[in-house]
Design a protein around this ligand. Structure first.
Ligand code: NDP
Ligand code: KAL
Length: 257
């Protein structure tokens, strides 16, 4: 237990189950004394989340539905959060989606609809939620999103999602400039491969995981708790001088040739 986020109201988007990166983040933020507010899309995720909170004796301040494909849903969710919490001090964006059939084969075969869907949910959503959340971030604070190395390098099968993450990382920089004047920082964590529901069943995931143990400087897998602690750092005052940054939590894999 530490007091890095004591009495801070933090919104966490993207817990689907106990393997979710957002759940690792939840544990770190809870240990730091934060008041937690959650958003979910599917009813199934809400049920899993409520069970997890119960089992871990974490009291959520609020749990609200939010489909990031839908502006009205985002507006409604943040209005409810703002009405309940008064002030938001932090936001964790941990959502992404692309059609499975576009996460294999040639990137050149990506359909227009598939491209736009990946951009919509995985990248534009950060712009939309930043706009709504900042209305309630009157005391400043931090926003952290989740990205992957496939934005910087060509990683087989990541395809349309790599391009969405490149846009997401560019958004982090543009948003950081916009909201910096209000004392709000915007950063991303670039995690190494972690076995989650999203990662399940996508081609090439196992190979990407094993190469970390072989080639990354630390020669060990990345887990949700490591991403949780790095996200906590970025949300906390310890990172008060850091914005527009992409912090790699990948056992150092991105530095090796
Ligand atoms: P999860 O499957 O656990 O989480 C994905 C989340 O995205 C789910 O909670 C899902 O909610 C949510 N989501 C999808 N579409 C929408 C939508 N339209 N509106 C609201 N929420 C939506 O996977 P991860 O924890 O792995 O993924 C979290 C983030 O981490 C993603 O941005 C991913 O790209 C990133 N990342 C993951 C890595 C990994 O190896 N796992 C590596 C690097 C980055 P629901 O189920 O309710 O629809
Ligand atoms: C090179 C890697 C191997 C895998 C390639 C692509 C991974 C893309 C991630 C993307 C978020 C996956 C999906 O959108 C899956 C979706 O089509 C089907 N799944 C679902 O609908 C489930 C039920 C819900 C919960 O999922 C979502 N997203 O809502 C990349 C690896 C090494 C690293 C990863 C996995 C990165 C990442 O961004 O997740």
């Amino acid at each position: 237990m530490n007091a890095l986020l004591k009495d801070k109201n933090i919104v966490v988007m993207g817990v689907a189950n106990n393997r979710s990166i957002a759940w690792g983040i939840t544990k770190s933020l809870h240990d730091a004394g934060a008041n937690l507010i959650f958003t979910y899309r599917q009813e199934r995720s809400k049920q899993k989340l409520e069970k997890l909170l119960d089992k871990n004796q974490i009291d959520a301040k609020l749990v609200v539905a939010c489909d990031v494909e839908d502006d009205d849903s985002i507006k409604q969710a943040f209005q409810e959060i703002g009405d309940d919490a008064g002030t938001i001090h932090g936001l964790v964006h941990s959502v992404a989606f692309a059609n499975t059939d576009e996460l294999k084969g040639d990137y050149a075969d990506t359909s227009r609809d598939g491209y736009l869907l990946a951009q919509n949910i995985s990248s534009y959503s950060l712009v939309a939620v930043t706009r709504e959340a900042r209305k309630y971030m009157s005391e400043g604070g931090g926003i952290v999103t989740q990205t992957y190395l496939g934005s910087e390098r060509v990683v087989p099968n990541y395809n349309v999602m790599g391009v969405a993450k490149a846009a997401l990382e560019a958004s982090v920089r543009y948003l950081a400039e916009d909201v910096g004047k209000d004392g709000i920082r915007v950063n991303a964590v670039s995690a190494g491969p972690i076995r989650t529901l999203s990662a399940k069943g996508v081609s090439g995931f196992n190979e990407k995981m094993s190469v970390i143990e072989e080639k990354a400087p630390l020669r060990r897998q990345v887990d949700q708790d490591q991403v949780g602690d790095a996200t906590l750092f970025l949300l906390s005052d310890l990172a008060r001088g850091v914005t527009g940054e992409v912090l790699h939590v990948d056992s150092g894999f991105h530095i090796v040739a």
